[in-house]
Ligand binder design. Structure first.
Ligand SMILES: [Fe+2]
Length: 245
């Protein structure tokens, strides 16, 4: 029986990612050898085109951000997964909103898919506010809710197995129904750098957000066994093996 391995890459916010966490995830992923990689949204931060007021000391320029995203994508490409899914998040949406508001003439010219070379790299692009099915599991960035209860609300919305990004929280719940079915809802934390965050109070982010990523095992009947991989002291255990930098 061929079981396909899935790597879930949660909100990374390149170039404001946690470099150690990213390196650790890559090291673990090389061991894991995923058949499928699912970027879960907010892979790019797109600070340069955010509509929020910007810290002048933090602005690094759109070109730099795009270059860093491409470097990170190349690192994922090097894992040689057969199937690669790029789910877009609200931060990727910043670019689209910027273009709509400030340069609508460029809207169809400047596209994330083109900017990051997703087609050439063989990534399937899933726009923000839509989803994709991997076997009997849906994957989307968010369903319009955040906070501690988001995993429950996502399950309420989908009434089906669902993995999400967005909250930067690490959570895994299972709920059944009267028909005897059980569904999972999970989010795998994030890979961003807390010190480089400016959109949430530090202490709240430190309390709520967790470094981590996820793996999954897709069975031929479509069932996906979802496994959160929390990063603890920059170490993870994946498939029974301790991985550290
Ligand atoms: Fe995010």
């Amino acid at each position: 029986m061929k079981i396909k391995k899935i790597l879930f890459v949660p909100d990374t916010h390149v170039p404001y990612h946690d470099k150690k966490a990213w390196a650790l995830m890559l090291k673990a992923a090389k061991m894991f050898k995923p058949d499928i990689i699912n970027i879960q949204g907010d892979f790019a931060d797109f600070y340069a085109v955010s509509s929020h007021s910007k810290d002048p000391n933090r602005i690094s320029g759109l070109e730099y951000e795009v270059d860093e995203v491409k470097k990170a994508l190349s690192q994922l490409d090097a894992l040689n997964a057969k199937e690669k899914i790029f789910v877009s998040g609200n931060h990727c949406d910043r670019l689209e909103r910027y273009l709509m508001d400030k340069a609508p003439e460029l809207f169809n010219v400047v596209k994330i898919e083109k900017l990051f070379g997703l087609k050439k790299r063989k990534w399937q692009y899933v726009p923000y506010k839509s989803d994709i099915r991997i076997g009997k599991l849906y994957s989307t960035h968010d369903t319009g809710c955040a906070g501690r209860g988001a995993v429950f609300r996502n399950l309420d919305t989908y009434q089906y197995n669902i993995v999400t990004g967005h909250t930067h929280r690490l959570a895994y719940i299972v709920e059944g129904n009267a028909k005897g079915e059980a569904h999972v809802s999970a989010s795998f934390g994030w890979l961003g750098d807390l010190k480089q965050t400016d959109y949430m109070h530090r202490i709240k982010a430190a309390k709520d957000w967790a470094l981590g990523f996820g793996i999954g095992y897709l069975l031929p009947n479509g069932t996906v066994h979802v496994v959160p991989v929390p990063i603890v002291n920059y170490q993870v255990i994946i498939e029974g093996k301790l991985v550290k930098l």
